[in-house]
Design a protein around this ligand. Structure first.
Ligand SMILES: Nc1nc2c(ncn2[C@@H]2O[C@H](COP(=O)(O)O)[C@@H](O)[C@H]2O)c(=O)[nH]1
Ligand SMILES: [Mn+2]
Ligand SMILES: [Mn+2]
Length: 279
């Protein structure tokens, strides 16, 4: 069990100063389903050997900054954390301006867990806190819950016994942050977009099949976004699952990030072995 939430910090200059790193694309780029979509391990080998897509200049990995490093003037400091899974007791958080939490803040999305997470958020000093759901926030996925109540096999007994009125408005319990779900917010001049979707794995919340279904979600990310938050990784970045000897990142997310949206910062978590990452 990985308990380390993998806290990273990233300094990002004001959006105007960084505009040259996020140039408007020449005409609208359309991303289509990748020929390797259903086999991310093979996709990685192909795109690594043939296009070097996992190294600069295609991507700049954000190195963790010591928690007490002074912030350059005119910069915003983002603290990125993910997959805390209701285990926030005693976490020492670094200094920063904006907290980004990229999902799996609970085990099952139980209202009691969400309240505890919200209390923790309330105790943190960041000026802004932005949160998305992950596959463990079952009650946040209305379609998932609609299917769950039809089943007579109780895979998640404590979730199945919730009454609809217990979770209908579960997002409202997150009063100490901005919750994003296929939506955006502008914070300190940065346009931040968040989405919870991950490739289907064991039938959790916000799971979608690889290929067109996920691409349809990534196609909702507007051009001009500065910071993208997703729960899971794009192909090739912190997406190696050692126990399965597989890469599990989303190929369509990689193509969307590198070819169309080109955000200044992409924050994600999802694969605990890879820790929380920012690109
Ligand atoms: N082979 C795959 N393993 C996966 C995938 N998504 C997650 N995982 C593994 O589960 C843990 C925990 O994930 P969580 O969402 O339950 O918190 C993760 O660290 C991986 O080891 C997947 O798509 N394929
Ligand atoms: Mn997790
Ligand atoms: Mn997860």
């Amino acid at each position: 069990m990985v308990l380390d939430p993998g806290k990273l910090t990233a300094h990002v200059p004001s959006s105007r100063a960084m505009a040259h790193r996020n140039p408007p694309s020449q005409g609208k780029v359309t991303v289509t389903v990748d020929e390797y979509s259903s086999n991310p391990t093979q996709a990685f080998t192909h795109y690594n050997i043939n296009q070097s897509r996992f190294q600069p200049p295609h991507v700049h990995m954000v190195e963790p900054i010591p928690y007490d490093a002074p912030k350059p003037s005119g910069h915003t400091r983002f603290v990125c954390v993910s997959d805390t899974h209701s285990r926030t007791d005693g976490i020492q958080m670094p200094y920063g301006d904006v907290l980004l939490h990229t999902g799996d803040f609970t085990e099952l999305g139980l209202p009691s867990e969400v309240k505890k997470f919200n209390d923790w958020l309330g105790s943190l000093p960041y000026e802004f806190k932005v949160v998305i759901a992950g596959n463990h926030e079952l009650t946040f996925d209305k379609d998932f819950m609609a299917e769950l109540v039809k089943q007579d096999y109780y895979r998640f007994p404590s979730v199945s016994k919730l009454r609809p009125e217990d979770f209908d408005d579960v997002q409202a319990l997150l009063s100490n942050c901005t919750y994003l779900q296929d939506s955006e917010v502008t914070v300190k001049g940065f346009r931040i977009y968040g989405a919870p979707w991950t490739p289907w794995f064991n039938g959790w919340g916000f799971n979608l099949p690889r290929g067109q279904s996920l691409l349809d979600k990534w196609n909702q990310v507007p051009e001009g976004i500065d910071v993208l938050m997703t729960h899971g990784p794009p192909l090739g970045f912190r997406d190696w699952v050692p126990k399965d000897l597989q890469r599990v990142g989303c190929v369509e997310l990689l193509n969307t990030v590198q070819q169309r949206v080109r955000p200044k910062l992409h924050a994600f978590g999802g694969i605990h072995e890879g820790e929380c990452s920012v690109l």
